[in-house]
Ligand binder design. Structure first.
Ligand SMILES: Cc1cc2nc3c(=O)[nH]c(=O)nc-3n(C[C@H](O)[C@H](O)[C@H](O)COP(=O)(O)OP(=O)(O)OC[C@H]3O[C@@H](n4cnc5c(N)ncnc54)[C@H](O)[C@@H]3O)c2cc1C
Length: 419
């Protein structure tokens, strides 16, 4: 005997919980499978910066208040470049800069999972590992899972892979995948009690090619990350903690790590390819990292996990309740995702471990020298405007003019000094 649902979602992390909750609120019956059995499980490999592009979905889920009560830090950022700091500020004549949150996954993930558990219409099945998909006539019609040695079959009109970078659903349905090598590695650690910059801003350093971050989070924790080029990996690993501390010390304006307490271990990834998979097929769809695993350097995965879950539900919630054409709805979801292609193209190119190319030099330098360009840069980094707007002819012209003016009047240059 197999149980029947409208949708089966595999993976109860950011993308999966979001999709399950939003589907159920539209009246769908949802099975949400998760191989881990602990309600408070969370993703360890993450640096917790949720871009502003994910804010609307968090608000739709109704969790922003709970996150803020739990200490989530509304995020803003400063970016160090060889031309000085980029300091995006609110424009006094326009609306405030958009923001997301810095919130540790150990705080965020259980909040989302509890929301899914408490949502009518969601059956959260913890400790269930999906290892087969059921297909009929070339269409996915369900899944098979194991839990504590027992096998359980579930049928549904749509099977959603929200199962992360190594997506089991993606593999079982044979979703075509494109991989791009990442020529940087990353190590990060949590420090308690570090002095925080004014406004709790996130600090980023673009050292070309190396990158660093210091991000204030909930619980008086600052997440500090080093993302150097792979050529330095063997030397870096010889003395991991010593290299980590020396790297951070070399960053202008970085917090003094000796003034905080290292909590837990320094962890990271030394081989983290970027993977994009075909996101839909007959009876199946992928969301979050399962569809697109990007470079951690840009902190986009959580925001895109939230957004892609919402796009899928927006496009298919009627069809999964047998009220519409599912294949056409899935094609519409694929269309919504296409806006990520431009970002991913630029991100993949930068993952080669290179320093800035001429266009990046133009945009980063202009952003360091002009408040309007700084806001434009930050809005793009928050993934709220696409590559077409970021690099539009008028933006490129403005950046060129800013730099020309700077050259003619060097006395007006923004100093490269403090944050
Ligand atoms: C070092 C590092 C730093 C990062 N920093 C950031 C950052 O600062 N900001 C940001 O936005 N993103 C960051 N990311 C990316 C971010 O962590 C991911 O994009 C995000 O977690 C994706 O969410 P998801 O729900 O798609 O997948 P995941 O969070 O990977 O969840 C997948 C879920 O599926 C479950 N699962 C998998 N297989 C099965 C199966 N067969 N059966 C049942 N369950 C299964 C897993 O247990 C898990 O719960 C970082 C990534 C790395 C590696």
């Amino acid at each position: 005997m197999s149980e029947s649902y409208d949708v089966i979602v595999n993976g109860a992390s950011i993308a999966g919980c979001t999709a399950a909750v939003l589907y159920a609120r539209q009246g769908a019956r949802v099975a949400l499978l998760e191989r881990r059995s602990d309600m408070s499980a969370y993703k360890v490999l993450c640096t917790h910066y949720i871009q502003a592009c994910g804010h609307a979905t968090l608000a739709e889920l109704g969790v922003t208040r709970e996150l803020e009560d739990a200490g989530a830090v509304p995020n803003s950022a400063r970016y160090w470049t060889r031309w000085g700091w980029i300091r995006p500020e609110d424009d006094p004549h326009e609306r405030s800069l958009p923001f997301g949150y810095n919130v540790r996954r150990q705080t965020l993930d259980p909040i989302l999972r509890r929301l899914a558990l408490d949502t009518d219409g969601v059956d959260l099945l913890l400790g269930h590992t999906l290892d087969r998909v059921l297909a009929e006539g070339g269409r996915v019609v369900g899944v098979s899972t194991t839990s504590g040695g027992a096998r359980r079959d579930l049928r549904g009109r749509l099977v959603v892979g929200a199962d992360g970078k190594d997506s089991t659903v993606g593999r079982l349905v044979g979703a075509t995948a494109k991989r791009v090598d990442n020529q940087r590695f990353s190590y990060f650690a949590h420090f308690k009690g570090l002095p925080r910059p004014k406004g709790d801003v996130t600090l980023s350093w673009f050292r070309e090619p190396d990158v660093g971050y210091a991000m204030p989070n909930d619980g008086d924790i600052t997440l500090v990350a080093c993302i150097p080029s792979k050529s330095s990996l063997p030397r870096f690993r010889e003395d991991l903690e010593g290299s980590f501390r020396a790297f951070v010390k070399s960053l202008p304006g970085a917090p003094d790590l000796d003034r905080g307490e290292l909590v837990g271990k320094i962890v990271g990834t030394v081989n983290y390819p970027l993977i994009s998979r075909r996101p839909t097929g007959p009876g199946w769809a992928l969301i979050g990292d399962a569809a697109l695993t990007s470079d951690p350097l840009w902190g986009v995965g959580c925001g895109w996990a939230l957004q892609s879950a919402q796009w899928l539900v927006d496009e298919t919630s009627a069809a999964v309740r047998a009220a519409g054409d599912l294949d056409r709805s899935l094609a519409a979801y694929r269309g919504r995702r296409s806006k990520l292609k431009g970002y991913q193209f630029l991100i993949s190119d930068f993952a080669s471990g290179r320093p800035f190319n001429p266009v990046e030099k133009l945009m980063f330098s202009a952003a360091a020298r002009d408040p309007g360009m700084a806001r434009h840069f930050h809005t793009f980094g928050s993934r709220l405007i696409g590559t077409g707007s970021f690099l539009s002819p008028s933006s490129l012209t403005k950046a060129t003019l800013v730099n020309l003016r700077h050259r003619l009047r060097p006395a007006t240059a923004v100093p490269a000094g403090g944050v």
